[in-house]
Design a binder for this molecule. Structure first.
Ligand code: NAD
Ligand code: UDP
Length: 318
């Protein structure tokens, strides 16, 4: 039994991670400001004796005492809004969340001796000129655009993770997550999979930004969480950054067509302006995840969409 802190634990991915860690018998503390997360996501864990929730903003330091913990073996740092709509809502706070949140979690790891995991992102590659993206690629990021608070914040956090390792020999793990979807995304999350499904189920027009030929690679949440845990449990020499994502690549028009077919919706497609700096293509090179973690996704897009559609049918009815 390990003592584990999950920041962002009431969010979409964080709550799935907490579920898995609790099922494995660990003592889990979920820390979350509830900015985009919800207590509903962790309602099933609330009564478990080995689960605790602490409402806190990672921008502010936190002590073991305030966490109600006697020690920590592992920290998973997931706290950060991930949808462009939400991270652009208060961009200065997003940057603080990435940078001050990183410093606070790394200091907590330093004082407790915990292994510390960072949820980084494919956004560190920006609008990539190398395709698919291997970890060696340094990226093509606009430092002053509307996505920069997130992209540059996550890049700075990676820098801090590696500087703390060099300075203090911390045990670190850094993952670069490519677009991930599944049950517990918020209906108003704003990302493309939840938008299209919610629009299709409500009979509203599906909003295609730009001409819809831009591509993304969509990973199902359960696959991703399996990769997180494999990385955390990997030998100390495996630190990353390591790409996790599903290499299947689809245009937004293809995604819309699949959602319409799987929901049986008669919604129409409408085109809205493409947001500034929207990456044109994205697909992970997962050779390292295969080699070091023996990991690859197992859920195909249509299968994952069916499960996510079933979730939203229930969530919208409630
Ligand atoms: P999410 O918005 O559902 O979850 C983020 C959680 O962090 C929420 O519960 C939110 O309330 C919490 N949070 C935000 N700011 C906070 C702060 N300052 N202090 C404490 N809690 C805070 O998004 P998600 O998709 O679950 O993303 C989780 C992590 O994974 C994020 O770090 C995100 O950058 C990263 N990530 C996700 C994806 C993806 O496709 N889902 C892709 C790349 C990276
Ligand atoms: N997108 C879209 N319609 C929407 C939401 C998003 O066409 O209602 C597009 C968006 O412009 C981008 C892609 O879908 O090209 C993925 O967007 P998302 O916000 O899900 O993630 P990210 O841009 O961070 O990869």
């Amino acid at each position: 039994m390990k003592k584990i802190l999950v920041t962002g634990g009431a969010g979409f991915l964080g709550s799935h991670l907490c579920d898995r860690l609790i099922a494995q018998g660990h003592q889990v503390t979920a820390l979350d400001s509830l900015f985009t997360g919800s207590l509903k996501n962790i309602a099933g864990l609330a009564a478990k004796p080995n689960f605790t929730f602490v409402q806190h903003d990672v921008v502010d330091p936190i002590s073991l005492q305030a966490l109600g913990a006697s020690g920590l073996d592992e920290i998973y740092n997931l706290a950060c809004p991930a949808s462009p709509v939400h991270y652009q809502y208060n961009p200065i706070h997003t940057m603080k969340t990435s940078v001050l949140g990183a410093l606070n979690m790394l200091e907590l790891a330093r004082s407790t001796g915990a292994k510390v995991f960072q949820a980084s992102t494919s956004e560190v590659y920006g609008d990539p000129s190398v395709h698919p993206q291997p970890e060696e690629y340094w990226g093509n990021v606009n430092p002053i655009g509307i996505r920069s608070c997130y992209d540059e914040g996550k890049r700075a956090a990676e820098t801090l993770w590696f500087d703390y390792q060099r300075a203090y020999s911390l045990q670190i793990k850094v993952v670069r997550i490519f677009n991930t979807y599944g049950p517990r995304m918020a209906a108003d999350d704003g990302r493309v999979v939840s938008n299209f499904i919610v629009q299709a189920l409500r009979g509203e027009d599906l909003t295609i930004y730009g001409d819809g030929t831009q591509t993304r690679s969509f990973c199902y949440a359960d696959d991703l969480v399996e990769g997180f845990i494999r990385l955390m449990n990997s030998p100390d020499s495996v630190v990353g950054p390591i790409n996790l994502g599903n290499p299947g690549e689809f245009t937004m028009l293809e995604l819309a067509e699949k959602v319409l077919r799987l929901t049986g919706s008669t919604s129409k497609l409408i085109h809205l302006p493409l947001p500034q700096d929207d990456p044109k293509q994205r697909r992970p090179d997962i050779s390292q995840a295969r080699q070091y973690l023996d990991w690859e996704p197992t859920v195909a897009l249509e299968q994952g969409l069916e499960r996510t559609i079933a979730y939203f049918k229930k969530a919208l009815a409630a």
